[in-house]
Design a binder for this molecule. Structure first.
Ligand code: FE2
Length: 247
């Protein structure tokens, strides 16, 4: 685990990929005095390590905000106190499969949420999951969750999406592109460095997703990625995606 200070009261707990794993994890920490809000909780192991580090610094984990409720983002809640305030999409029940000890407070897409000096606002971005959201932090950073995924060596990871959700994931990515943001934070992989890289990363994902959709899931992997500027890892996500097209 590495801890990077992004600015004043914003930190990134970074867990690079372990041997044999496709992706690592980012847990962003927002500080308000001694109180801490985490964005995502990863699995129990990562959540415990982060909480231990916060406690050793005299800080208190009070809030966890989830980009979405897949297990690699939400399962860490199982290791955390039941009194922690958990925030996420109003659609969280469509994705959450485990009984977590905390109660989920749905975020408001119109009012946002204030945490100390942080003004957070939320935009629904369904596709990767029904409850995926984009999180704006002070108008400066945009956390894109798993709409874009990469490894810490910069290698692009294929989008993960079920075939019947493809037609939702594409407009969510197009919306993200139109936001023209230059500091995009991810749950898996390093911050994208600048608007040009953000746009290229989104275009590559769109190219892949649109090719698979227009073929009805009948294209080969080579055809699906033929128009992309990057080399992807995570070919198993393609196989899972097209397998869903026959249902
Ligand atoms: Fe994820």
């Amino acid at each position: 685990m590495n801890v990077d200070r992004i600015e004043n009261d914003l930190f990134n707990y970074r867990f690079p990929e372990e041997e044999g794993f496709l992706y690592g994890f980012n847990l962003y920490a927002l500080l308000s005095g001694k109180d801490v809000m985490l964005i995502d909780s990863a699995f129990r192991s990562q959540a415990k390590q982060v909480e231990k580090d916060l406690t050793s610094k005299g800080l208190i984990l009070t809030h966890v905000l989830l980009t979405h409720f897949h297990p690699d983002h939400a399962a860490g809640l199982l290791a955390l106190d039941r009194d922690i305030t958990v925030l996420g999409s109003p659609e969280y029940k469509k994705t959450l499969t485990k009984d977590i000890p905390q109660t989920v407070t749905p975020v408001s897409f119109s009012d946002g949420f204030k945490f100390g000096e942080f003004n957070l606002s939320f935009t629904p971005a369904p596709g990767h999951s029904a409850c995926s959201i984009l999180i704006d932090i002070n108008g400066k950073y945009l956390h894109a969750g798993d709409n874009i995924m990469s490894r810490y060596d910069g290698k692009a990871i294929l989008p993960w999406v079920e075939f019947h959700e493809l037609a939702k994931h594409i407009p969510s990515l197009e919306m993200l592109k139109e936001m023209s943001r230059d500091r995009v934070l991810l749950s898996h992989g390093p911050e994208l460095p600048g608007e040009e890289d953000v746009t290229r990363a989104i275009d590559d994902r769109l190219c892949y997703l649109k090719t698979v959709l227009s073929s009805g899931g009948k294209c080969t992997f080579e055809e699906a990625v033929s128009g992309c500027s990057c080399d992807y890892v995570g070919k198993e996500f393609f196989e899972q995606l097209v397998a869903g097209s026959v249902n």
